[in-house]
Design a protein around this ligand. Structure first.
Ligand code: SF4
Ligand code: SF4
Ligand code: FES
Length: 241
């Protein structure tokens, strides 16, 4: 039976690694987001449904899920963008993560890989004043290209190489590493380039572009990874990238 356009038929993953889909009927509303739908199910139909959100405005990165087969940030995805013509939604936890419960996934491994890629700022020198980096400089623009990452995990969920190779650092950690390589205030580039040069690092990327296609912040981790490959080669030949 097909639902009327005024009602959504929402299949939601219940359980952890093992589980099944449960179907809910939710009234369709104008401007409704996917996160609104999940919240309405939890408030009005099943209070045990697990999912995450915090900001609801695309800042915190906690609300990502797979919606009708595609990873998305759900607080900024309107139902109208994702729903099928007959009003169906299928909501799953992000792929390539361990499921904690229902739509909530374990993020520890994802952020451990940021650490392993040396994705943290290490100041070049202790300074008493601010280090001015002109907005128009090449270095500043290169660093800015990936700085707006919100750590949502959408790219990691979309990456086939992560699915095949659990050690692969993945697009978000490598994008973070490249952002720091371009940060003129940072002093740890030699160690950072070494950290992303191993078999789990930038050379494992197969340039599928899924990360770049789905990133909700319009970041291009594929190009960041290409930048790391160049930096690695330049470092091997003693040149500047
Ligand atoms: S471009 Fe590289 S990191 Fe991005 S999805 Fe493809 S394999 Fe993964
Ligand atoms: S690069 Fe984009 S998709 Fe990946 S974690 Fe950052 S914001 Fe999310
Ligand atoms: S709830 Fe914060 S990004 Fe969606």
């Amino acid at each position: 039976m097909t639902d009327s356009p005024s009602t959504l038929s929402v299949e939601v993953w219940r359980g952890a690694q093992e589980g099944a889909f449960q179907t809910f009927r939710v009234p369709r509303r104008e401007h409704q987001t996917i996160l609104d739908v999940v919240t309405q199910i939890q408030r009005e139909q099943d209070a045990t449904l697990a999912y995450r959100f915090a900001c609801r405005v695309g800042m915190c990165g906690s609300c990502a899920m797979v919606v009708n087969g595609r990873p998305r940030w759900t607080c900024r995805t309107r139902v109208s963008e994702a729903v099928t013509a007959d009003g169906a939604l299928r909501l799953e936890p992000l792929r390539n993560f361990t499921v904690v419960k229902d739509l909530a996934v374990e993020m520890t491994e994802f952020f451990d890989k940021w650490r392993d890629a040396r994705g943290y700022f290490e100041p070049r020198e202790a300074r008493a004043d601010f280090h001015v980096v002109p907005p128009s400089s090449r270095e500043r623009q290169a660093a800015n290209a990936g700085i707006e990452c919100i750590g949502c995990g959408v790219c990691y969920s979309a990456c086939d190489v992560v699915a095949w190779d659990k050690d692969y650092l993945g697009p978000a950690a490598l994008n973070r590493a490249w952002t720091l390589v371009n940060d003129v205030r940072d002093g740890a580039n030699a160690a950072r380039i070494a950290a992303v040069s191993g078999s789990a690092g930038c050379h494992a990327c197969h340039v599928h572009m899924n990360c770049t296609q789905f990133c909700p912040r319009a970041i291009a981790p594929t190009y960041s990874i290409a930048g790391l490959k160049r930096a690695m080669m330049a470092s091997a030949f003693g040149r500047k990238a």
